[in-house]
Each structure stands twice: as structure tokens, then as C-alpha cells.
Design a protein around this ligand. Structure first.
Ligand code: PMP
Length: 413
């Protein structure tokens, strides 16, 4: 039996069923947002009673908070192998980090991106005329080959890619892409939102110039994230946010902006969020080498093998060469939102349906009407995967009438 790898909050929560009674909630939607680790919740409970604004006050609390905030920055940097001259800019999310980076590319620098990216790593770039959006493929090999061919033109300042897909879970060959980029004089940015909860990344070792990440995908709550990477562009870029803390000196007709992470972190920062994110990094880093991959590999195999025995369920690209615990399927003849509502209302199972903020990729995969995404995390057990398989088996074998109507455009009991 596969048990949870780490304790997470909310495990064992009872949820009501539309059919009467209740059951323990099976959260198979970790790719959207993962539950906080128990270690994170405990750390937050420790720091919550004692915080004050950072970088400003001389009071004891303010100094404690400043130290906690800066230690958190160091912890996040250490988790991803930040180099001595890298900045760790603490942001609200991956979306925030990538938007920041999109405004920091030196003037005239061209950007290369594939259209199969999550919108967070497509739209910030697509709005610039200096971006080339190439058609991606249905798998990592196809997309990588197309990016390599385009990189070879030597026209690009930056290539930006997701480390792992939030639709198929497939992992991109980052070192290969980093080599191709660097050979062409191009830097590489990685959207680590889906990769980091599953795999360790070391920006130095892997040749990643910029890495974006989100706390809420990494077992810490919402509102924390980071952009880690080369300092030179960030030190001279227009400040991402204009406001207090980002300046050295403000005159009537002139502003001297700070350099370093301060430059892009105007306003009172999310100290508790940063501490939570850093604690998640510490706890994940303390796992035995390979333990995370083993846990997720076992769950993914169980899920994919099980789904493939169900006639009436089609798995989208079930066996990529390398993938994390994110699997998308369809139930031909049924709407995916109806199936997701059935899983929730009759079985207490949470999954995601739709096009996953990656519309171009969904279209390329034949998911114009959406897919059903099942995603595992460190808190997922084999029993939860079995419950999902059982629920889908019932649906496709006995074909119950689904008793759900549309409320606000969504299926609901
Ligand atoms: N990139 C990928 C691959 C994602 O899956 C997500 C979240 N769905 C994001 C970026 C955006 O993350 P956030 O919403 O935390 O900014």
C-alpha cells in the first residue's frame, strides 16, 4: 500500500455527499493548489503571533520579522541552488514572477516561447512585439526540437519554458534546452510551478538562468512565490512595482531606485507567506533522495494502469518519457464537467476539469472540450487513487444517470 509521503493539513476531512451522508475528502487536484504541509502550518502558527513590518522599524518585532523574511529568502534560494550572484525576488506567485521577468528583458532582446505553455508563461510574453511564439508539439520531444531549431537562428535573448506540463505532467529536458540556449547566446527561464513540487531543481547544475515558483503549489499557502535568477538584468530593469522600499532616494524630479531584490519588492511584503514557503522548501529538501520520485512514480503508475483498464476512459498521453503526478483523461460521450461533478458529489473526490489555462496545448491534444485532470501530491495515498478508479469504473460500467444541473455555467448537484 502506498501511504502519504508527508503529512498535510486537512487529510481525513469529512465532506457531504449529494447522495446523503459524508465521506473523507480525496484531494486529487494537487496541481491546482496543494494542501499545506503540517510542518508549514506549525511554522506559521509559531510566527503569526510575532510579526511587524520588515526593513523599516527599529523595534524588536520589526527586527525579528526582517530576520525571518531574509532567512526565508535565503532558504528559498538554497532550495533551488541559487548562485552567489543570483537574486531571489519574493513575489506573489509564478504568474507574478514571470510578469516581472517579462519586464526585465533588456531593450531590444527577443524572447522565444512555445504556444503550448500555461497562460502564465505565454501571455506576459505574447503581449510584446519582441516575442516569437512558435507552435509547440504534443510532447516534450516535439516541442524541444522546434525550440532548438528556432534557437539556432541566434536571435534570442531569452527562451522561456515550463519545467513540467500542468496538463500531461510531462517533464521537459531542461539541461538539453539550457545547453541549446546557451550555445546560441540565449538565457533560459523556467516556469517551475509544476516541476518543483515533484523534482529538485538546482539552477546552477541545470543551467537555468531564471526560475519562477509558487508557494501554493509547493505545500505552502497562497500569496507567496519567487523569481530566482541572474542579477544583472534585474538590477537595471524598470522596478516591477513602484513604491516604498524600492528606492534609495526620492526627490521632486528624480528617483534613485534600489538595486537587488528591493528594487522589485515595493510595499510591505508577505512575511508569513515567505516563512511558510521557506518551511515547505526545508521539509521537502529533508526527504530522502529519490523518495519523492518513488512515491509519485508508484501513484502515477497505479493511476495510469488503472485508467487504461477502463473501457470508456481515454488517457491523454499516458506514458511520456518522464512525467510527474499529473494525468489527464476524458470519458468520451460525457462532458468532463459532469464527470468532475459526479466524482465530487457522489464520491467526495476533487479533480479539475477544463482546459487548464493552457488553451493552445489543450487544443493540440484534442481537448477542445476540456479534460479531467487527476493530480497527486506528497499527501496522496494509493487508497485515494483506488477510490477514483472505482468511481470511474462504476460510471463507465453501470452508466448511472448523472443527476446534476448547471448552476452559473458549472455542473453542480
Ligand atoms: N505555470 C504552470 C505550469 C501552472 O500550472 C500554473 C498554475 N496552474 C502557473 C504557471 C501559475 O501559477 P500561479 O497561479 O501560482 O501564478
Amino acid at each position: 500500500a502506498v501511504g502519504a509521503l508527508l503529512p498535510v493539513v486537512g487529510a481525513g476531512t469529512l465532506v457531504p455527499l449529494a447522495t446523503g451522508g459524508s465521506t473523507t475528502y480525496a484531494n486529487l487536484d494537487n496541481a491546482a493548489s496543494a494542501p499545506a504541509l503540517v510542518a508549514v502550518a506549525e511554522r506559521v502558527a509559531q510566527v503569526l503571533p510575532h510579526y511587524a513590518s520588515v526593513h523599516r522599524g527599529a523595534g524588536w518585532l520589526s527586527r525579528v520579522s526582517t530576520a525571518l523574511f531574509e532567512q526565508a529568502r535565503e532558504g528559498v534560494g538554497a532550495f533551488v541552488g541559487a548562485r552567489p550572484d543570483d537574486l531571489v525576488v519574493l513575489t506573489r506567485s509564478t504568474t507574478d514572477a514571470l510578469d516581472l521577468l517579462s519586464r526585465a528583458v533588456p531593450a531590444g532582446g527577443r524572447v522565444l516561447v512555445a504556444d503550448v505553455e500555461h497562460h502564465a508563461n505565454l501571455l506576459p510574453w505574447q503581449r510584446s512585439a519582441r516575442t516569437t511564439v512558435v507552435p509547440g508539439g504534443v510532447d516534450a520531444e516535439e516541442t524541444t526540437t522546434r525550440l532548438e531549431a528556432e534557437l539556432a537562428t541566434g536571435r534570442y535573448a531569452l527562451l522561456t519554458v515550463a519545467g513540467a506540463s500542468n496538463v500531461t505532467g510531462e517533464v521537459l529536458p531542461l539541461r538539453r534546452l539550457a545547453c541549446a540556449a546557451h550555445d546560441a547566446g540565449t538565457r533560459i527561464a523556467v516556469d517551475g510551478a509544476q516541476l518543483l513540487p515533484h523534482r529538485r531543481v538546482d539552477v546552477g547544475r541545470d543551467g537555468v538562468d531564471y526560475l519562477a515558483l509558487s508557494g501554493h503549489k509547493l505545500y505552502a499557502p497562497f500569496g507567496s512565490g519567487a523569481l530566482v535568477g541572474r542579477r544583472d538584468w534585474l538590477d537595471v530593469a524598470e522596478p516591477y512595482l513602484a513604491g516604498g522600499g524600492a528606492t534609495l532616494d526620492v526627490r521632486h524630479d528624480d528617483v534613485r531606485w534600489a538595486t537587488g531584490s528591493d528594487r522589485h519588492e515595493a510595499g510591505s511584503p508577505n512575511v508569513v507567506g515567505a516563512v511558510a514557503l521557506a518551511q515547505a522548501c526545508t521539509t521537502l529538501a529533508a526527504l530522502a533522495p529519490g523518495a519523492l520520485e518513488e512515491h509519485e512514480g508508484a501513484l502515477r503508475a497505479r493511476l495510469v494502469d488503472g485508467l487504461e483498464t477502463l473501457t470508456g476512459v481515454e488517457v491523454v498521453r499516458p506514458r511520456p518519457r518522464d512525467a510527474v503526478g499529473v494525468v489527464t483523461c476524458t470519458v468520451p460521450g460525457r462532458s468532463v464537467s459532469e464527470v468532475a461533478a459526479y466524482l465530487s458529489a457522489e464520491h467526495g473526490i476533487g479533480v479539475r476539469d477544463g482546459r487548464f489555462c493552457a488553451h493552445r496545448f489543450a487544443d493540440a491534444l484534442g481537448l477542445a472540450d476540456g479534460g479531467l485532470r487527476i493530480s497527486t501530491g506528497v499527501g496522496t495515498t494509493g487508497a485515494e487513487v483506488d477510490r477514483l478508479l472505482d468511481a470511474l469504473r462504476r460510471l463507465v460500467t453501470s452508466g448511472p444517470e448523472l443527476r446534476y444541473g448547471v448552476v452559473d455555467g458549472r455542473w453542480a448537484p
